[in-house]
Design a protein around this ligand. Sequence first.
Ligand code: ADP
Ligand code: GLC
Length: 499
Amino acid sequence: MKPPSILFATSEMAPWVKTGGLGDVAAALPPALRRAGHDIRVLLPCYPVLRQAFPKAKVIAELPALAPALPPARLLAAEADGLPPQLPLLLLDCPPLYDRPGNPYVGADGHDWPDNGIRFGLLSRVAALLGQDTSPLISQRISQHGWRPDVVHLNDWQTALAPAWLHYEGGAASVVTIHNIAFQGCFDEPLRAGLGLPEAAWSFDGVEYHGLLSFLKAGLQLATRLSTASPSYAREIQDERFGYGLAPLLRHRSEHLRGILNGIDPVVWNPATDPALTVPYAPYAANQLAAKRANKRALQQEMGLDLASDRPLFGVVSRLTEQKGLDLLLALGDALPELPAQLVLLGSGDPELQAGFLALAKKLPGQVAVRLGFDETLAHRIEAGADCFLMPSRFEPCGLNQMYSLRYGTPPLVHATGGLADTVVDVNEATLADKTANGFVMTECGTDALWHAMQRAAAAWHDKRLWQRIQQNGMRCNFSWSHAAAEYSRMYRDALAAR
Ligand code: ADP
Ligand code: GLC
């Protein structure tokens, strides 16, 4: 049987728009699915950066106002070359909603755009429409380019409302992937009518959630199949401690929920060919770990750290939020010289954490370096130059950085949660013997556990032969997307069969 055709709807896609892991997933999974034989197209808002990147995008549909709150829009078709095999993109062009500078979700003041319900309501509506052939006029116009997906694949709350229309009006099968259940897209009730959802949708088994319209709850309730970014997270979110209120619903739908571990892009994240590693940085491979020492020195130099070779350098690249547990690291910051160890951190987010890390760098010059902001090149250099990568996340649906770290011979130190638990194997006698030991895992998430794990990592680092074994075990791990693509394929077929 021919692999089902897929519409992959997302609010971000690297390299154009990325605030976190979803951007990377949207850039790598669709090409992997295309290689697996799926006719897949990616729908995303036509942010200014995409308009610039695809000046020749063709208008394939003019959409009238689809509901009282939704402005007219256009659908453009473009091809993302440079991403072999060629990947067709559908850009939802609506300047009043998407022509805004910077971050896709928040304004310059750091607050959510006040009309996010409408912005992503339109994205969800159009994702659904592309999967429908029954609604008159509009779907006729939209399908003029002659393509209708068998399955509509939605990602996170920004597109998770689409299954509501597919459920109430009919259409393609749908899959919702949860990349982070902490973000749910909840809005006041009047938005339901504003987006043109039927009154019948306003119920506990529809889009209503504690008196609000919840995009994510709607998707989890009404999509044909559900997935999340790792097997452990799929179990965790069925538990009150991790479910952010949605655990009962996920338990109810557990037969339809799968955990599929993300992959990483082996071309973008390859220490042997990484274009970020220009002199004095140097590319390297598992059998050339001496070159990694040059990268440490280059990173120390670039970040204004002492050129110390007698202590490990811990690295962090992260959103600075409660999720990532970096407040625990900050609380231990003063004690770093006791290990002793250096720290380099690249991140942005919570103003208090930002200020705290800046103050720490000021207090420990030469030992702690902090760069606030989003910097792709520096992220690659930290992976290459640090000795050990820290991810003490309270929860982590998958996490990509620990996999990048493994590939870069920078053993990760993680909390055993979600995808971190599924990818990092703690160093001990048994795991060293079977050659799976690739990092440091703390079973609790607190300052004591973190300190203890950092001590263990520092001690292991001083044993050069041991450290090299851990590095090489990590560098041998295979996190290619083809495995995940095969599992998504199975889920699509399943969803189609259930329709
Ligand atoms: P999340 O999606 O929760 O932020 P992931 O580990 O899945 O976590 O993905 C984060 C991605 O964003 C990684 O590719 C990481 O390198 C990148 N990233 C996070 N913060 C920054 C930053 N300040 N500068 C550059 N890249 C960053
Ligand atoms: C989310 C999660 C992260 C995951 C990413 C991609 O942002 O926080 O753990 O890797 O999505 O699935």
